[in-house]
Design a protein around this ligand. Structure first.
Ligand code: 13P
Ligand code: SF4
Length: 357
């Protein structure tokens, strides 16, 4: 990101004393830990937003969940829980608050509603989709089931509630290999991520045939194995011990070149562990939010090599959208799902919780 997301001036901000603003700005700066983008002046500008959001959360009994790919002002300024999609589904299910505000893309907010249908779920950016969840409909799944009767269907969590309602089990980046291995029979249908499906096919070779779909994450599909090889060569010349950490939405040649493959949360934790062990030269093959979190949370030297790619959907939500939707959500910012869809989708998510543990 070349500049920090600043308030657009479209909503009127509450006024706070100079002292309150200063204390909040320092808190933000110390937790975001990116002086070049979030300097003290920028933190002073966003302080009225984070102060009011945190007040409204308490007043309205709201639990604010943010995916790791949200911007650092959201992650470190207002979120109560930040992680990967598996842990956040559990956080949404278990939160005692009556309302969940999910700062992320639409399918994650829908998942929160499915696992906790009696809670109000606010999604500040209804237009924030995902190239994977947009690649498949419930009708597409019904056609696959007709073509391959009796074959278990696993869907990646990056799908709509209607798609989840059609399948036998949901999986995430942290458990897809483990869960798919446990499904009965010698064939499975895996939707919609073709690259993750390719990785699964290799993992299950000789045990199960994988019937794959053709969706992909437009962010992770941009990385190539050749790029990693060239960075490894350059690092070797410079005497660096480069460690490559990749998300399983990347292509198989990327994963083959990687030292660690895992969910956004796993990649962050592994990077922190490596820096603690004195191995600071790390290449993070994923969305830029993971690098922001590593920078903020590492207490040791860290040298992030290469560039990350930003997800335009994940970056649609800004603090102003969160504040506006907390003050008075528009109807399209409240997740409403058909009760039968919820019930059927709950089955596939509960199967995920059962098989993942
Ligand atoms: P994680 O579950 O690893 O956070 O992945 C979600 C996602 O959308 C990655 O692009
Ligand atoms: Fe979807 Fe990819 Fe963005 Fe994740 S990074 S939300 S998979 S488009």
């Amino acid at each position: 990101m070349s500049s920090a997301p600043l308030p657009s001036g479209l909503i009127v901000l509450k006024s706070y004393s100079e002292e309150d603003i200063e204390i909040e700005a320092l808190r933000l700066q110390n937790s975001i830990k990116q002086m070049s983008l979030w300097d003290l002046e920028t933190c002073r500008t966003i302080a009225p937003l984070t102060l009011e959001i945190n007040e409204l959360k308490r007043e309205k009994d709201v639990f604010l969940i943010a995916h790791s790919y949200q911007t650092p002002d959201i992650v470190y300024g207002v979120a109560d829980s930040v992680s990967d999609s598996y842990s956040l589904s559990k956080a949404a299910r278990d939160a005692p608050q009556s309302t969940i505000l999910f700062s992320s893309v639409r399918f994650m907010a829908e998942t929160a509603k499915i696992v906790s249908p009696h809670k109000t779920v606010i999604h500040p950016s209804p237009e924030a989709g995902c190239s994977l969840s947009d690649s498949i409909t419930a009708e597409d799944v019904r056609k696959l089931k007709e073509k391959y009767p009796g074959v278990p269907v696993a869907c990646y969590i990056n799908t709509s509630a209607e798609v989840k309602a059609e399948v036998d089990v949901c999986v995430t980046s942290s458990n897809f290999l483990k869960i798919c291995e446990k499904l009965p029979g010698n064939r499975i249908i895996f939707v919609p991520d073709s690259l993750m499906g390719k990785h699964l096919t290799e993992h299950l070779a000789g045990k199960k045939e994988v019937i794959n779909y053709d969706g992909e994450c437009y962010v992770h599909a941009t990385f190539t194995g050749a790029k990693i090889r060239s960075w490894r060569e350059r690092s070797l010349v410079q005497g660096l011990d480069l460690k490559v950490l990749s998300h399983p939405e990347c292509d198989a040649d990327v994963l083959a070149e990687s030292d660690v493959v895992g969910s956004s949360e796993k990649l962050m934790n592994e990077a922190l562990k490596l820096s603690q062990e004195g191995k600071p030269d790390i290449m993070l093959i994923t969305e830029c939010g993971t690098a922001d979190r590593v920078r903020a949370e590492s207490e040791n030297e860290i040298n992030l090599i290469g560039t990350c790619v930003m997800c335009k959907y994940m970056k649609m939500t800004q603090l102003e959208d969160i504040l506006q939707s907390l003050r008075a959500p528009r109807p399209e910012q409240i997740i409403e799902l058909d009760s039968e869809v919820i019930q059927r989708a709950q089955y596939s998510l509960n199967e995920m919780f059962r098989l993942a543990e």
